[in-house]
Write a protein that binds this ligand. Structure first.
Ligand code: SAM
Length: 425
């Protein structure tokens, strides 16, 4: 039946499109797995949150829950009784405009009981429970790239790339034990480090192991060095640019996770210089703060030369399909937005301009969030709106992970490439 077709498409691709809806559910683990040949993403490491609370019925958790919900109710009361300031009123108006659309998207998920069962098991996917449980991550051994990158020896640090030649294996199909390795040692910071091969690379840096996807590269540096990534020729530029800036935020938790930057720093991002001659689709993750939204609309996009096209929504659910927080909670919405726009170079011909695709507004993608502030990989969902050629030339700015066929830039693009997040196939 059609439902079965959709389920099997999901199991293959990680994308489930609800019938007659602008919503889809995505499993980032399945999407990311397409980047790897010899490894796969460990679901229990990706889904580090939003599964425990459901299975765990201990009184401790229940107590915490009821305490939290009491606190929440108090806050809600406070919100209602407090008059919203003009800025908050605009934010609330934005929310009211999309509220029923988001509810409808969520309803599509809740109504698919057969599919919900699959969602519930995403964390144990394809690995027996014991194996997944034993892989529980210990936080203390993670490398802090920002710290390592800021010491005086940083320019001297090198990463060892161990290339695995699949082709050689195939050519020597009669000798399965024959394996060919090539080792390359290169500067790790302020350097474009690439795996041009069609197989994963295992990399070593300061006694840590990282998995680098096929046909991917990273440039690990501070914002001050981002200009080194501007292509010398514009036909080497990018036609898809995804950006998730470290916006300033009052969340104390965030402050412990990564450093943030004042808005004015993002004005100087060379988006136009990164753009290919065919133009680019720019996807910018934003928070729900009105001050930020108006900054992007009135200052940032105009400064970058980006013309706004549409807004997409990421709706966050727990493993049981329920929203991670109440939809109407003012300071903790269970969704985030991606603002989409087109950028074109001044030297672009008008023929290309006319061909910039049309993006429908208000698409919703639903998923169970991974680690704190980790965004789902949306590149594939955007592909049909990307101007020009395929495969797209894609770059992610302020990235913490790598994807096949993408360039990743940020001060910690290897963060989620740590081998602890992977299983050998
Ligand atoms: N999209 C990422 C993900 O899904 O995991 C999260 C990106 S997070 C919002 C912002 C990133 O910008 C963090 O990794 C942070 O370390 C990085 N960052 C902060 N200040 C930076 C700077 N001055 N230069 C480069 N990267 C910076």
């Amino acid at each position: 039946s059609e439902q079965n077709d959709r389920l099997s498409v999901f199991l293959l691709t990680g994308i489930y499109r609800f019938e007659g809806s602008n919503a889809m559910f995505i499993d980032p683990v399945r999407i990311l797995n397409r980047s790897y040949t010899r490894f796969r993403v460990l679901p229990s490491a990706y889904y580090s949150r939003f599964f425990d609370s459901i299975a765990d019925n201990s009184t401790e958790t229940q107590n915490n829950c009821s305490r939290n919900s009491k606190k929440r109710k108090r806050n809600k009361k406070k919100e209602k009784s407090q008059n919203l300031n003009p800025r908050e009123q605009i934010a609330d108006q934005r929310h009211q405009e999309v509220r029923s659309m988001l509810l409808k998207a969520h309803e599509a998920l809740i109504k698919s009981s057969e599919f919900l069962e699959i969602v519930m098991n995403l964390r144990n996917d394809g690995c027996d429970k014991e194996k997944c449980e034993t892989n529980v991550i210990s936080q203390d051994t993670e490398l802090d790239f920002v710290e390592v990158g800021s010491v005086w020896q940083a320019p001297l640090y090198e990463i060892t790339l161990n290339f695995h030649q699949d082709e050689m294996m195939e050519k020597n199909a009669g000798f399965p034990l024959f394996q060919f390795y090539e080792q390359r040692v290169v500067q790790v910071f302020n350097n474009l480090v690439a795996n041009e091969g069609s197989s994963d690379v295992e990399a070593e840096f300061l006694n840590h192991r990282y998995i680098v996807p096929k046909k991917s590269c990273f440039y690990m540096s501070d914002l001050g060095k981002i200009h080194n990534l501007i292509p010398a020729e514009s036909d080497r530029g990018f036609n898809l640019i995804v950006i998730d800036p470290p916006w300033e935020n009052s969340s104390a938790h965030q402050k412990l996770k990564y450093r943030t930057l004042p808005n004015r720093y993002f004005l100087s991002l060379p988006i136009k210089q990164f753009t290919h001659t065919v133009g680019s689709l720019v996807a910018l993750w934003v928070t729900n703060k009105e001050k930020l939204r108006s900054f992007v609309e009135n200052e940032l996009f105009p400064k970058w030369g980006v013309k706004y096209a549409a807004t997409f929504y990421w709706l966050k659910v727990k493993a049981d399909g329920l929203l991670i927080s109440e939809l109407d909670l003012f300071h903790h919405r269970p969704y985030e937005c991606v603002l989409l726009g087109y950028c074109h170079r001044d030297d672009m011909n008008s023929e290309h301009l006319l061909r910039l695709n049309h993006v429908p507004n208000n698409q919703v993608f639903i998923s169970v969030p991974g680690d704190y502030s980790r965004k789902p990989p949306i590149g594939e969902l955007l592909l049909e709106y990307v101007p020009g050629f395929r495969p797209a030339r894609s770059i992610e700015l302020f990235s913490r992970e790598m994807i096949a066929d993408w360039t990743s830039w940020g001060n910690e693009p290897l963060h989620f490439q740590d081998s602890r997040y992977f299983l050998r196939k």
